[in-house]
Design a protein around this ligand. Structure first.
Ligand SMILES: [Zn+2]
Length: 351
């Protein structure tokens, strides 16, 4: 097996608080992991007394409705317009999904897609058709003349709810074409290329084979997508990973592939919401354009965001993630796979 899942353990020992009956030393184990592709470090660390509690979003939903720029009565008046070379009408519209340039761009090409006319969709209300329409709009944008240049990455991202960095409650995705997609994807792409040079094999193909054999993080494979949890997750309650075998970019996906992805994602959001997750980040990571046989397969990471301590609105982004670039998980990826497996397998009829 050329893929390595590196684990090490550390034990912390302390004396119990004075009020405890037993005064024997307490031993707590921390697990250190390395991502099998990039070698990036992450850890599983126990968090005393942690349990997921569903955050109440009703105040944010109510206070943001009146002036929301993405609601149907305002969206075509207050959002910027695309040039005629991209869309004759100034926007790309797919049923209820509307794509327009980002007022505050991140790069040369930077757009926003509203998912629906509804100001608020609870995670359970995000249905496959919302996602398919938005992704079709993203595809139209990314394949319009001049949007994605050679060697650009066509990124699709999502900050769902303020806890995940959203500046609007109204559900919306971001789509960006750039040759500088951020350190993580640059590293993944470089490491995927090096892996193929070194072994003559594709990392992503081997990852799926190995994970399927090991089974502990594997959820299942459909006709166009494979579902699992990443060995080193970025969310404190672990991430969901979706890989599109053989695909390099979102633009290359058929409608059937988009529908399968949307079906699974919608089911996953529902399962996570039942577990108490009502905020998340999502990124769809492509290979750069112009690659015939890319070493990196298109993949998506769904990363739940939670309040550590809802009572004081405590964020889950601590100094570990923010300044030390060391994600830590209080729930293991193996546990998350266990939680999602039955529901996702039933929703997608996965093999
Ligand atoms: Zn709205």
């Amino acid at each position: 097996m050329s893929i390595r899942f590196s684990r090490q353990w550390r034990t912390a020992t302390y004396l119990p608080p004075l009020g405890e009956v037993s005064q024997r030393p307490v031993r707590m184990r921390v697990e250190l992991r390395r991502d099998p592709l990039t070698g990036r470090s992450g850890r599983l660390a126990h968090f005393q007394g942690f349990r997921l509690r569903r955050a109440d979003l009703s105040a944010e939903v109510a206070s943001s409705r009146q002036h929301c720029p993405f609601c149907p009565e305002r969206v075509l008046l207050v959002t910027p317009r695309l040039g005629p070379e991209v869309a004759a009408s100034g926007r790309i519209v797919e049923q209820d999904a509307v794509l327009f340039p980002n007022l505050s761009p991140y790069d040369r090409r930077s757009a926003v897609i509203t998912l629906s006319g509804a100001h608020f969709l609870a995670p359970e209300d995000i249905r496959p058709h919302h996602l398919v329409n938005a992704l079709l709009a993203a595809q139209r944008y990314l394949t319009a003349p001049g949007v994605v240049r050679r060697a650009d990455f066509g990124l699709v991202t999502w900050n769902y709810m303020p806890l995940a960095g959203a500046t609007q409650v109204h559900p919306h995705l971001q789509v960006i074409a750039t040759d500088r997609p951020g350190t993580l994807l640059e590293e993944e792409f470089r490491a995927s290329r090096n892996y193929r040079r070194r072994t003559g094999r594709l990392f992503w193909e081997e990852l799926l084979e190995t994970e399927r054999q090991l089974g502990e993080r594997w959820i299942g494979a459909g006709r166009h997508t494979s579902w699992l949890t990443p060995f080193v997750s970025r969310s404190v309650v672990s991430d969901l990973l979706v890989v599109f075998p053989g695909q390099g970019s979102l633009s290359g996906l058929t409608q059937a592939a988009l529908e399968e992805f949307a079906e699974g994602l919608s089911a996953a959001l529902q399962l996570l919401a039942e577990d108490g997750v009502v905020s998340f980040n999502l990124a769809i990571y492509p290979a750069p354009s112009g690659q015939v046989d890319p070493p990196l397969w298109l993949h998506a990471r769904l990363s739940p965001r939670i309040h550590f301590n809802p009572q004081i609105g405590g964020s889950d982004a601590t100094v570990w993630q923010h300044l030390l670039d060391e994600p830590f998980m209080v729930r293991s990826p193996e546990r998350l796979a266990e939680l999602l497996r039955p529901g996702l397998r039933a929703a997608l009829t996965l093999a």
